[in-house]
Write a protein that binds this ligand. Structure first.
Ligand code: HEC
Length: 191
């Protein structure tokens, strides 16, 4: 083994890697160089992570209003990922980037959701909408027009969604303004 190591790493003039390990001061130098390389790799990795992902990981960002009584809910990363998948497959054809294709005034941006009756800018408020969607003034049901669990005969994609999944979709929607700002629901101004 020793011989193999010598042949592989030693340059024969005493400056090869094998020699370094036999010489304490060179060993220290080698250790320093290795640590430097690890630090460079670590810090460049930090810089290269997109800021959106970094903030998503932050507990403060993942904390959202659960209901109108201001109780909080902290989304897990799994919930956010599941919410995104389900939003993309079930909602995004009409609500791309938080806008509403056929009714731009009733978007999924925080302002529109907060001014709805009842308010829809909480996780439970939005889950309620997905069970029983109403007009913006809350006067009439629009379940026959909007995907909901109450109208899953018309919208079969809503049939198998559990409450937990509806919470994940709602959480994902409410999280987006905190991650990408006004681009969520901002429509043509940004795209
Ligand atoms: C077929 C198109 C369509 C699909 C699919 C759709 N929506 Fe909607 N959504 C609309 C329209 C249109 C409105 C505005 C209704 C109105 O006029 O009040 C709306 C309104 C909303 C609102 C109320 C917004 C507010 O500001 O009060 C929420 C919340 C919502 N949708 C969530 C969802 C979610 C979540 C999904 C996926 C599960 C989804 N929508 C799928 C078309 C759609």
């Amino acid at each position: 083994m020793k011989q193999i190591t010598c042949r592989l790493f030693s340059r024969g003039d005493g400056t090869g890697a094998f020699q370094i390990y036999r010489n304490p001061s060179r060993f220290r130098t080698a250790k320093r160089v290795i640590w430097l390389m690890i630090s460079i790799a670590f810090f460049s990795f930090q810089v290269l992570i997109p800021p959106a992902i970094a903030t998503e990981l932050d507990v403060g960002t993942r904390t959202l209003p659960l209901n109108a009584e201001e109780q909080p809910i902290v989304l897990t990363l799994d919930q956010i990922q599941r919410g995104k998948q389900l939003f993309d497959s079930t909602c995004s054809q009409c609500h791309a980037s938080g806008t509403t294709k056929t009714n731009p005034i009733v978007g999924l941006d925080p302002e529109a959701l907060a001014k709805a009756t009842p308010r829809r800018d909480t996780v439970e408020g939005m889950v309620d909408y997905l069970h029983n969607p109403t007009t913006y003034d809350g006067e009439r049901s629009i379940a026959e027009l909007h995907p909901s669990t109450a109208s899953s005969d018309v919208f079969p994609e809503m049939r198998n969604l559990t409450d937990e999944e509806l919470r994940a979709i709602s959480g994902y929607i409410l999280l987006q303004p905190k991650v990408i700002g006004q681009k969520w629901g901002g429509g043509k101004i940004y795209y």
